[in-house]
Write a protein that binds this ligand. Structure first.
Ligand code: SF4
Ligand code: MG
Length: 319
């Protein structure tokens, strides 16, 4: 496929002096038109910050984000507003992200107002269409968010994101706060909408099982860095990085036909602070396969097999 988004050496640091938090520390990857790229990692690994930096809700500390070949960091405020129509975000918490004092119609209509896209009767029709598109009753546009269930509120958030007809949506843990029984419905809705509208997704989640059914490719993040990126199938069946192996070992395998025994790999300790990350490989203090070189040299981000990237000394070519 053709890349819609090209991220190059993206860094986002917070703070200064001795307390620099390297939240996003040198990400390089593409997102192809029409695909879903899953972004997985424990909380604090930088996945949400990466999403917000791509959207330019945060200015990058370093690096480039090319959207349709245009560097988002270099856009004027007016150009950025135009481009914002193309890139929308769906948030984790459908309770916190909807204004409780606004009707659902006004919540969904707000982006139409901001971008001057529809007024009066046309606006109302568009809002009703959007409600229908996400499986809600168009008659309910004058209700308030508290009158809806968690899953329905997430549908409202999705309708709002779709109002401006974006091509790319960053879904920041859109199902993490929902009941398990509702999660699959929201994932299926997102998939349907993708097919109907040709959408491209960056789908952020904290656990590999959540991105499995929606992602074409999956990236695993650890401490502000990407440690592995591959086609979903390759990542789940043949993980390379010891951290990915550990995350996968925590997912129960529902299919007994899978012969390979997966033993649960328990990781020592917690994710280290991004203020003072370990030297060398950021995962080395917890890695079951750590070697001497791992504390000395930062492993390079390399394409080890076709389309399968990782950063780990186990796979680096001998020089
Ligand atoms: Fe483990 Fe070393 Fe690979 Fe890091 S580089 S994941 S410490 S083997
Ligand atoms: Mg987050």
């Amino acid at each position: 496929g053709e890349p819609l988004l090209q991220v190059r050496n993206l860094k986002k640091f917070f703070g200064g002096g001795d307390a620099v938090v390297k939240a996003v520390n040198d990400l390089t990857f593409d997102i192809y038109r029409g695909e879903t790229l899953g972004f997985v990692g424990e909380s604090g690994c930088g996945k949400s910050t990466a999403g917000r930096t791509i959207l330019r809700l945060y200015d990058a500390t370093e690096g480039e984000v090319l959207f349709n070949g245009t560097d988002l960091q270099k856009l004027s405020p007016r150009q950025l507003k135009e481009t914002r129509k193309e890139i929308q975000m769906i948030f984790q918490d459908p309770y916190a992200s909807l204004n409780p004092r606004m009707t659902v119609g006004d919540i969904i209509g707000e982006p139409l107002d901001i971008h001057g896209l529809a007024k009066g009767e046309q606006r109302k029709e568009r809002i009703q269409q959007l409600l229908q598109l996400v499986g809600l009753n168009p008659e309910h546009m004058s209700r308030f968010p508290h009158e809806f269930s968690g899953g329905q509120r997430q549908r409202i958030g999705i309708a709002r994101a779709l109002a401006v007809e974006p091509s790319f949506i960053i879904c920041d843990e859109p199902i993490s706060a929902l009941d398990v029984s509702i999660q699959a419905q929201v994932v299926n809705l997102l998939k349907d909408l993708q097919d109907k509208m040709g959408l491209t997704y960056l789908f952020i989640a904290h656990d590999l099982s959540m991105v499995k059914h929606i992602s074409d490719r999956v990236a695993v993040m650890y401490l502000g860095k990407m440690v592995e990126l591959a086609d979903s199938e390759a990542l789940y069946s043949d993980p390379l990085h010891p951290y990915t192996e550990a995350l996968l070992s925590a997912i129960p395998i529902p299919d007994p036909a899978i012969e390979r025994e997966r033993e649960r790999i328990m990781l020592k300790g917690d994710v280290p602070s991004p203020i003072n990350p370990p030297s060398g490989c950021p995962f080395r203090e917890r890695c079951p396969k750590v070697m001497d070189i791992c504390s000395e040299v930062v492993p390079k981000w390399q394409e080890v097999k076709s389309g399968h990237f990782t950063a780990c000394h186990l796979y680096e070519e001998q020089k």
